[in-house]
Design a binder for this molecule. Structure first.
Ligand code: ZN
Length: 183
């Protein structure tokens, strides 16, 4: 297993529409190794998720997991999920907003609003169908990761660029405000 190098914004691979994985290739060594390496890489860099184009592979594979993640404290846990050829369908007119980060846009957070509830369909690493209705943070993570497969970054989803911040300023001004409001 190997920790892979993460492509940063500006790298054209992040802007390409990734290719679907042929079902018969899923259980083959190339895809299985890619999945193992993506999980290792996501955990190494404390990502909530990782899409294959972020590790320079233009295929429709994403992984996500949240368990006591220091980059995202105070959010619900999400079990490790491997999703191949995923499809996300919004199920709600309602949106939820979150300050998102991305391993391909290091050191920044931006406020993005997305549908609050989605249907999520994919194949798992054995090629078996996955199906889930997701809301909350899990819905945000899945939409963020699947956007990578279509060459989209969270910045493209922002409506108000004044809500883009470097991480220390986000912690100082945004998180501090939230903490003040809670008091
Ligand atoms: Zn990302």
């Amino acid at each position: 297993m190997a920790i892979l190098k993460v492509a940063h914004m500006g790298n054209p691979i992040l802007r390409k529409c990734a290719d679907a994985v042929a079902v018969e290739d899923i259980v083959g060594d190339r895809i299985q190794t890619l999945i193992d390496d993506m999980i290792l890489t996501m955990r190494e860099y404390d990502g909530a998720g990782l899409a294959a184009p972020q590790v320079h592979v233009s295929l429709r594979v994403v992984v996500f997991e949240v368990q006591n993640n220091p980059r995202y404290p105070n959010v619900e846990s999400i079990p490790l999920t491997v999703a191949i050829n995923p499809k996300v369908t919004p199920l709600s007119e309602n949106t939820m907003g979150m300050w998102e980060g991305c391993l391909s846009v290091p050191g920044m957070r931006g406020y993005v609003e997305r549908p609050s509830k989605v249907r999520f369909e994919a194949l798992d690493r054995n090629g078996d169908p996955l199906h889930a209705i997701l809301d909350g943070f899990a819905a945000v993570v899945v939409q963020h990761e699947c956007d990578h497969l279509d060459g989209r970054l969270f910045l493209d989803r922002m409506r108000n660029m004044t809500q883009l911040a470097f991480l220390p300023e986000y912690q100082k001004y945004v998180l501090q405000n939230v903490a003040d409001l809670d008091r």
